[in-house]
Design a protein. Structure first.
Lengths: 167, 352
């Protein structure tokens, strides 16, 4: 049974023919669209390594069928940087040592981008830890991750207000 | 995962017709079903994707002040809906204490009600499980049963229902709207989930092909909004199922309890409403003795199903503590760690 879907991945329109409805979004990204930045950890929604944005919301890409996403806008870790310029969340993870082995990092960063967009954490590290709890880091870089999210949030808020000032 | 046919119906009627084929299942966000398909516990021949059905993703306020929540409303959208969180804060707190932010962004209201037990023996194809394979036995009995049921279980099944959301919902008289091959009907949420008895494979009272389309909360339970809390004990700070949880809501008149609502999670195959405990508090003063008495009544019929006798005393303490928190008042702002015993004092941080 062939299923045709069209979706936008990192701003690029992609038409995909699925020969099998079992393909998850995670496997579509990694195996068929050659976007291997999104990681497969547990493949069961327990670790967060596969976190991407779908229509601006962070989700576990391992737990959604690609076939159900016709028309969706997907953003992966590959879609954050603008050329050589890192996204503020990426830059903050480097500045604060928000990783060690790096395997969970794409998921952590996408989750942080989603968290900041949701706007429920304020500048409370307790809320940031709680709202990042869906991303496991077995190197336990949590302290740096929390600091990175706090700083990136401030950077993005500053960028917003300077855009408003310029307007 | 086994092969299956994938169907995306355009209407509820089409969905109900599509699922009438034997071996068919409804697919919502898939956060539970896809997981169970990956491990072979669920092996549907046909998957009917309901996520595009029109009109089921709305929160509608009814003229009398009640609310009707479409089955496809996402957990996070409901929890952060300002009017909903203000009117039914205990439900919002329970929602935000469940799963992770990513899962809450995906998971639907209807799917939360229909989620399966997290019993490890249910998920392990090498174990006997009457719920998965009727008549095969229950390896949880006499197995690793620390987290299993202490209320309403049978020798055929000791699994618990894992939902947080359902616990305050059942306390607040939520109604479930269902559509099926024989038309529409309503079920009290308290009657949706079945106790195992000798047929643990019958997890709900839904008939074949029936689809949950909406959930309703009545206007009158908004009277608990000022004194309502959900308290959830977990084995780690966040992103874990409840060992034991409780929703407690009080309607106060001066220093007297006019009415109380109490329900427990993690203790039975369904969210457990404690009606006798509630009745014991009506008209009473909110004293430690009254709360301890209510907790005693809530667990009066509890008995261990294995290595989990500790859960009975734990559940009593969680009920009494949730009542105390409810008495202290619903927080103005959602706690940083929703439903956690660690975030009850403003300014007290779990991590120093």
């Amino acid at each position: 049974m062939a299923l045709s879907i069209s979706l936008s991945v990192n701003g690029q329109p992609r038409d995909v023919e699925l020969d099998d409805p079992r393909v998850t979004l995670l496997d579509l990204l990694r195996e068929r669209l050659v976007l291997a930045g999104t990681k497969k950890g547990c493949d069961r929604g327990q670790c967060g390594a596969c976190t991407v944005l779908v229509d601006g919301r962070r989700i576990n890409s391992c737990l959604v069928l690609a076939a159900s996403l016709d028309g969706a806008e997907v953003t992966t870790i590959e879609g954050l940087a603008q050329g050589e310029t890192l996204h503020p969340v990426q830059a903050a993870f480097i500045a604060h040592d928000g990783f060690q082995c790096g395997y969970c990092t794409p998921g952590q960063i996408m989750s942080a981008v989603g968290l900041i967009a949701e706007g429920h954490a304020g500048d409370d590290p307790e809320r940031i830890r709680e709202l990042m709890s869906g991303n496991i880091c077995r190197c336990a870089a949590y302290k740096g991750i929390t600091e990175a999210v706090l700083e990136a949030q401030q950077t993005l808020a500053g960028a917003d207000s300077s855009r408003r000032d310029a307007a | 995962m086994n092969r299956f046919d994938y169907i995306q119906p355009a209407s509820v009627a089409e969905a109900i017709a599509a699922v009438s084929e034997p071996g068919s299942v409804y697919l919502g966000a898939g956060t539970n079903l896809l997981d169970l398909m990956k491990i072979g516990v669920s092996r549907p021949q046909r998957v009917v994707d309901i996520t595009r059905l029109p009109g089921l993703d709305r929160i509608d306020w009814l003229p009398d002040g009640g609310v009707r929540i479409g089955a496809l409303v996402r957990n996070s959208d409901l929890a952060y809906d300002e009017r909903f969180a203000k009117t039914f804060p205990v439900v919002a707190e329970a929602l935000l204490s469940g799963a992770s932010a990513q899962l809450r962004n995906a998971a639907t209201v209807g799917g939360n009600l229909m989620q399966r037990t997290r019993c490890a023996y249910f998920q392990d194809l090498g174990s006997a499980c009457n719920r998965r394979v009727p008549g095969s036995g229950c390896d949880a009995l006499g197995g690793q049963s620390r987290l299993h049921a202490v209320l309403g279980w049978s020798e055929h099944c000791i699994a618990t229902h894992p939902s947080d959301f359902c616990v305050p919902l059942v306390a607040l008289d939520a109604m479930v709207e269902v559509e099926g091959p024989r038309g529409t009907r309503e079920i009290a949420l308290d009657s949706l989930h079945a106790l195992p008895g000798s047929t643990p494979e019958q997890e709900t009272t839904l008939a074949a092909g029936e689809l949950i389309v909406a959930l309703r909360l009545p206007a009158e339970v908004a009277s608990f909004a000022d004194n309502a809390r959900y308290l959830k004990l977990r084995e780690r700070t966040s992103y874990a199922f409840a060992v034991v949880s409780a929703a407690a809501a009080l309607e106060m008149e001066g220093d007297t309890i006019r009415a109380a609502r109490i329900a427990l999670g993690g203790v039975a195959a369904k969210p457990w409403r404690a009606r006798e405990a509630e009745a014991s508090l009506a008209g009473a003063k909110p004293t430690a003795e009254a709360f301890a008495g209510a907790a005693e009544l809530a667990l009066a019929e509890a008995r261990p199903s294995g290595a989990n006798a500790f859960k009975i005393e734990l559940a009593r303490r969680i009920v009494a503590r949730a009542l105390n928190f409810a008495l202290a008042g619903t927080p103005q702002e959602m706690p940083a760690l929703p439903a956690s015993p660690f975030s009850t004092n403003p300014g007290a941080y779990h991590v120093a």
